[in-house]
Design a protein around this ligand. Structure first.
Ligand code: ADP
Ligand code: GN1
Ligand code: MG
Length: 355
């Protein structure tokens, strides 16, 4: 097991991630309470947890070194992996499940929606900066933890497979959503084609840049730590940008049932554009900058398509908390895509202001 200090006095489910089972653990030690995150990794999603933890160990070691060199706090500004008593970064239980543990980042919070717009701006700077810190990371040493994770045309094919199989007979009730996906086939290839032609660079990116994957310091309001490093792999900066817009610049929750509440807030979008470009520190190429709005549209489209695929397949990828949850999530994403398609010229104008 992990080398937790003292006596474990509390272990409660924690956070609102869709993938792993997360717990907050408290240990009573002589110096007082010490807290940790304990996570059961989702083995349905992550087929090779050992490789995954190799990635996280490598990336966090790299980040800790850079953070400390820049005068930061390496225990708070990146994840710190706890080792087991026999020196491994994971623990495999008798059922074959893989667990890991991190130092709990105290006096900081994760948000499921933007409460203070400065938090959103700060998260943009931090996600951009994260990419900059990893710009010279040896990308060839990273395992691909989920193959074709943001390969949108491949996601499209997987959607078509799910539709063909229609395992639960749900397709007939979601014809409008299915039509929406099919109408967007050509668009779904836009970024992929640029990448294949080498017109847009592969970088080491986070690939899951939701607002609740960043911790905001309670005292200073600064985004201090990028978390959820399961999908750090070579990817596109515009996708990191786009995923943050998808989640954080929406006026409604990802699973809002009243679609009239869902649209892209252009003020929040602008704050994020400004922060992300600053955080990337001039590293983005002209084409990447021009493609930022397309990243927002495509990440939202891809995510909606993934929710719909999971709905058709019987909800075994994303955790659901009610009947039809993935369908509700899919609908908010498609509503956002429609809204952003209409706002595209304005979104491009905003990027031009800051590039
Ligand atoms: P998932 O992949 O399921 O989203 P995350 O790694 O994002 O899992 O963790 C889920 C939640 O747990 C986060 O949104 C955050 O609230 C909390 N969390 C994760 N790691 C830490 C940490 N080191 N310190 C404090 N809270 C954390
Ligand atoms: C998942 O793990 P979490 O909840 O931060 C998913 C993302 C989706 C997101 C949708 C590994 O993110 O790709 O965009 O849900 N993560 C994985 O909310 O599939
Ligand atoms: Mg998460």
């Amino acid at each position: 097991m992990f080398g937790f200090p003292g006596e474990i006095v509390e272990c409660i489910p924690f956070g609102s991630g869709h993938i792993n089972d997360t717990y907050r653990l408290a240990c009573q030690t002589e110096e007082g309470i010490k807290r940790f995150i304990l996570q059961k990794m989702n083995k349905n999603v992550f087929r090779n947890p050992i490789e995954l933890m190799e990635n996280i160990k490598g990336v966090t070691r790299w980040l800790r070194r850079k953070i400390t060199e820049n005068g930061g706090d390496g225990e708070r500004e990146t994840l710190n992996v706890l080792e087991t008593r026999d020196g491994r970064p994971y623990y495999q239980d008798s059922q074959g499940e893989f667990w890991r543990s991190y130092l709990f980042i105290e006096n900081a919070s994760c948000f499921d929606a933007v409460k203070d717009e400065n938090d959103f701006y700060q998260s943009a700077v931090a996600f951009g900066h994260f990419q900059r810190l990893l710009a010279d990371y040896p990308a060839e040493t990273l395992y691909e933890t989920i193959v074709d994770f943001h390969n949108t045309p491949d996601r499209f094919r997987k959607f078509q497979d799910a539709l063909k199989a229609d395992a639960l007979g749900r397709a007939s009730q979601v014809q409008e959503e299915i039509r929406f996906v099919l109408e967007h086939e050509e668009l779904s290839r836009r970024l992929y084609d640029l990448q294949v032609r080498g017109e847009i660079p592969l970088r080491v990116t986070h690939n899951d840049t939701k607002l609740n994957n960043i911790m905001i310091d309670d005292a200073t309001g600064k985004a201090i730590c990028v978390i959820d490093l399961d999908t750090v792999m070579p990817g596109l900066s515009v996708n990191d940008f786009g995923d943050s817009i998808r989640f954080g610049a929406s006026t409604g929750a990802e699973d809002e049932q009243d679609l009239s509440k869902v649209s892209c807030d252009l003020h929040l979008y602008e704050l994020y554009v400004k922060g992300f470009i600053e955080g990337c520190g001039g590293a983005l190429t002209e084409i990447e900058l021009d493609m930022l709005p397309m990243g927002a549209i495509l990440m939202t489209f891809e995510c909606g398509m993934r929710f719909l695929t999971d709905y058709l397949e019987g909800d075994h990828y994303f955790k659901i908390h009610r009947e039809g949850h993935n369908l509700d999530r899919c609908r908010t994403q498609f509503k956002l895509v429609k809204d952003m398609e209409e706002k595209l010229p304005i979104m491009q104008g905003i990027v031009n202001k800051y590039k």
